[in-house]
Design a protein around this ligand. Sequence first.
Ligand SMILES: *[C@@H]1O[C@H](CO)[C@@H](O)[C@H](O)[C@H]1NC(C)=O
Ligand SMILES: *[C@@H]1O[C@H](CO)[C@@H](O)[C@H](O)[C@H]1NC(C)=O
Length: 183
Amino acid sequence: MAPPAAIRWLAVVSSLWLFQLITPSTAIYCDEDDCYDLLGVTQSANSSEIKKAYYKLSLKHHPDKNPDPESKKLFVKIANAFEILKDEASREQYDYAIAHPEEVFYNTARCYQAYYGHKTDPRAVLVGLLLILSAFQYLNQWTRYNQAVDMVKKTPAYKKIDYGLWNLSVLEGLQIKRRATGR
Ligand SMILES: *[C@@H]1O[C@H](CO)[C@@H](O)[C@H](O)[C@H]1NC(C)=O
Ligand SMILES: *[C@@H]1O[C@H](CO)[C@@H](O)[C@H](O)[C@H]1NC(C)=O
């Protein structure tokens, strides 16, 4: 007996979502890249150094100057990295995410707030996470229940009872037949 399709579907979707949330928390900033590496600066670079590095790189990779599609992609990435590092608050958040990769949920919540402002209530995000966790727990319990049922079915004692019942019904069937034929 498998869980209803809807629950399995929910589990798949939510695990994908959860995976998205849990995988490197810094990925929400510059994808798989390091924002500082993209600009070719160190984490201790000051704001004017970051600005300088960005202008230099954005000129070099500007689509007008460099028709290579890879260069265009890089240009977008550099612009995104600069967007994060030029703002003191978001740079601080990024530095914090690098220093505390274990605080995944906290970082994600902060990032949601940074991106969506107050449109997304952090409490709503929390409730969503709780719902997903309870769905997992439900699925887990369901699986354990099925395993228990399977185990009971496989035990010899259960088989004996099963056989007995089966024989009883066969006997009853025979009796009914006998009565019907009058023998
Ligand atoms: C940033 O660092 C550079 C080189 O280390 C220095 O020349 C510049 O004055 C600094 N700028 C600021 C705003 O601190
Ligand atoms: C029930 O039937 C099976 C064969 O179908 C037989 O092996 C078994 O001994 C029977 N059990 C009883 C309690 O009559």
